[in-house]
Design a protein around this ligand. Sequence first.
Ligand code: C2E
Ligand code: MG
Ligand code: MG
Ligand code: MG
Length: 291
Amino acid sequence: RELLSALRKYKPDQRRLRAPPMEEHYSAADLEAAMVGDQFEPFFQPKVELATGRLCGFEALARWRHPEHGVLSPHAFIDTMESRGLIDALTDVMLDKASAWCAFWRNRGLDIKVSVNISIQSLADVGLAESLIERVRRQGLDPCYMILEITETAVMIEVGRVLENLARLRMKGFELSIDDYGTGYSSMQQLTRIAAGELKIDRTFVNFASHQNDGRVILRSSLEMARKLNLTTVAEGVETPEDWALLAEYGCDQAQGYLIARPMAADTVADWAQQWDPERWLTGLSPELKQ
Ligand code: C2E
Ligand code: MG
Ligand code: MG
Ligand code: MG
């Protein structure tokens, strides 16, 4: 009953989800030219284990290195790419570059996995699983080190082809992750229809929990259910030591957010990983919490 009343008060921030691009609106022609000019690249944001501080992997996030406007984030281009049929090209670029970097870091002794975001649209493509596996293998990487992040809404789509593709991707060795959990309206039962290994709690959800008791009730029970379903849980948008402490207390597995690091250019990742010290990190967190 406590959970139900808490759920009634939770309003996912739909304004944020459908926010219009804040930067200039780029045309499909601009984006196509940028694609031809190889101006898209992944930035990487670390995921770390809450209990130990151990580095688990990185999420690849698309960036457009615009020759005049600098490094642009997805809200400047993703929507147009999705509506104008360019998103599959971006998926290919991201998968190629992210898996090449993953192979590079693993060869240098980093025991990490890399996650890539896949749009709902691409999930309806025939032959998607085969083409993705082919791309990752070409970079000399076993797909078991790649995690594909699928938004929660995609899982709710009843299209047979989407579920079929997800099953094939899993069969081919990719790990599947449910992204932005808490922004859609799927139930855990719906989520079990895909063989996901990971559940990512959206940052609006984490934020709600850090400010209100109702948020904590929902977060705690979501994490409990995920654990019973054997899903690895990852919290997005971890920004403060208090967020970290709360998630650790509730038994969330991993954290990702500005508290740990902002998404960074690929050629700075190895240095960042080198200086990452789990023990020093954990002891560094507690004094701030006591203040
Ligand atoms: P997402 O997959 O949920 O990625 C997390 C977003 O939260 C990223 O925004 C990341 O920079 C941001 N973030 C991480 N930590 C924090 C934090 O502590 N506080 C706050 N306020 N934000 C944080 P980004 O990079 O702008 O990406 C936005 C969305 O664009 C992604 O959300 C994902 O849905 C989409 N996206 C990014 N790259 C790709 C891609 O290659 N393909 C597709 N289809 N979608 C992509
Ligand atoms: Mg994601
Ligand atoms: Mg996410
Ligand atoms: Mg999100």
